[in-house]
Design a protein around this ligand. Structure first.
Ligand code: PMP
Length: 406
């Protein structure tokens, strides 16, 4: 498909909004991306035409709903090149997917086991492992970064020991934008007999993902950062591991046969999908994947990188500017501070000019501590952002910092 950003923008109704009389410039895509008409349309179509609970009824609507959910599972399987849809578990998001693995797979860790994380992890890939520490005497080991925000791979390798039971790290940092060399890191972990979870919340929306090529054991991501609806996420797990793992939650859908004496569990993937799933959201997520395929992940990457380059060049020239995360090949996220201006003050002024950016610790407080800062302003791009928007953002930023004397 010929890349036409204006045609893409027309598919996102929210982008024609104004904020305080100014056109909205939405640069908070790493938190959540906006949703195209075909995804919103699917939600409306489902509620008005096909709503019935999945996997329960013999009636037409229930079968339609089930078919939609299962074809979404195939769409996800294809998107990440998983070997089987048995390896695709629908969750509420990345956070729930990591909690599922920590609780179910982690429940089998031996006392004294060591888990390798990195200092750039989102809280979602820290706290579930800490919760596990409450029940077991587990140790977290943390890989540091260099001044560009790249992982110290030598240190990573040195952290493995005979006690290492898991390595869990992000594909892409939501603060620094660093794209980690996950394939190499997974290969090393496997050479030490250690399974790997990749937090793909910032990977799957921006890069081609092939779980078989990566050879990861778990890969997790969220629909709402991929032009899809909220409330839906994915846990990809290697089938032989999922088979061995106990259920995470109990309830309907996940059982084989229930008696008061003994209950058996459903086959994969349903063993991990207790209760009524967000089947409308799941069907709409399939539309989001269709949208990404139509635009082309290569076009998405190229557009985002164009905007990243343009914005970075302009920002680097601004007095007092500090950009956190300068790794080559980074993803389209710019975290920054200007002089001693508080990030909230900058964020509020930018909002007055129609520019939506994130401020704060971005759910990565250990990283903020490592950088010795309380937080940053973060601008993050998606495929529908334009060079004109980057220009307007830079102008707004210049105006805002001038108010503070920069
Ligand atoms: N990991 C990373 C790297 C993220 O950026 C996010 C979302 N900010 C999450 C995990 C959590 O995702 P969710 O809130 O959709 O579960």
């Amino acid at each position: 498909m010929e890349f036409d950003v204006q045609a893409i923008r027309r598919r996102f109704p929210i982008l024609s909004r104004t904020i305080g009389g100014k056109p909205l410039i939405y640069l908070d895509n790493a938190a959540t991306s906006q949703t195209p008409d075909m995804v919103v349309g699917e939600i409306e179509r489902f509620y008005t035409r096909s709503k019935a609970n999945v996997h329960r009824g013999v009636h037409t609507l229930s079968q339609e709903a089930t078919d939609l959910q299962e074809s979404a599972r195939r769409a996800v399987r294809d998107y990440i090149n998983a070997a089987s849809e048995r390896e695709i578990i629908f969750t509420r998001g990345t956070t729930e997917a990591i909690n599922l693995v920590a609780s179910s797979y982690g429940g089998g860790f031996p006392e004294g086991g060591e888990i390798i994380l990195t200092v750039m992890e989102h809280h979602a890939n820290i706290v579930p492992w800490q919760l596990l520490q409450r029940h077991k005497n587990l140790k977290l080991k943390v890989v540091d970064i260099n001044e560009r925000g790249e992982l110290d791979l030598e240190q990573y390798r040195s952290l493995f020991s005979d006690c290492t039971v898991m390595a869990s790290f992000c594909h892409v940092s939501n603060v620094l934008g660093t794209v980690n060399p996950v394939k190499e890191m997974i290969a090393y972990a496997h050479s030490r007999g250690v399974p790997v979870l990749v937090d793909g919340a910032q990977g799957a929306p921006h890069l081609p993902v092939d779980v078989r090529d990566l050879d990861c054991d778990f890969y997790v991501f969220s629909s709402h950062k991929m032009y899809g609806p909220t409330g839906v996420g994915v846990l990809y797990g290697r089938e032989n591991l999922l088979e061995l793992m106990p259920p995470y939650q109990g309830g309907g859908e996940m059982i084989g046969k229930v008696t008061f004496e003994h209950t058996t569990f459903a086959d994969l993937p349903f063993k991990f999908e207790a209760g009524t799933p967000d089947f409308v959201g799941i069907a709409a997520f399939a539309k989001a994947i269709e949208f990404i395929r139509e635009v082309g992940i290569g076009n998405i990457e190229a557009q985002e990188h164009r905007l990243l380059r343009l914005a970075t060049e302009e920002m680097e020239r601004m007095p007092g500017m500090r950009i956190f995360g300068t790794a080559p090949g980074k993803s389209a996220v710019i975290s920054f501070l200007v002089g001693d201006i508080h990030p909230y003050d900058l964020g509020m002024l930018l909002d007055k000019m129609g520019v939506a950016v994130r401020t704060g610790h971005h759910c990565a407080e250990p990283l903020m501590d490592r950088l010795g800062i309380p937080g940053t302003v973060r601008a993050s791009f998606a495929v529908y952002n334009t060079e004109e928007e980057v220009g307007a953002f830079i102008e707004a930023l210049k105006k805002a910092v001038k108010i503070f004397g920069y």
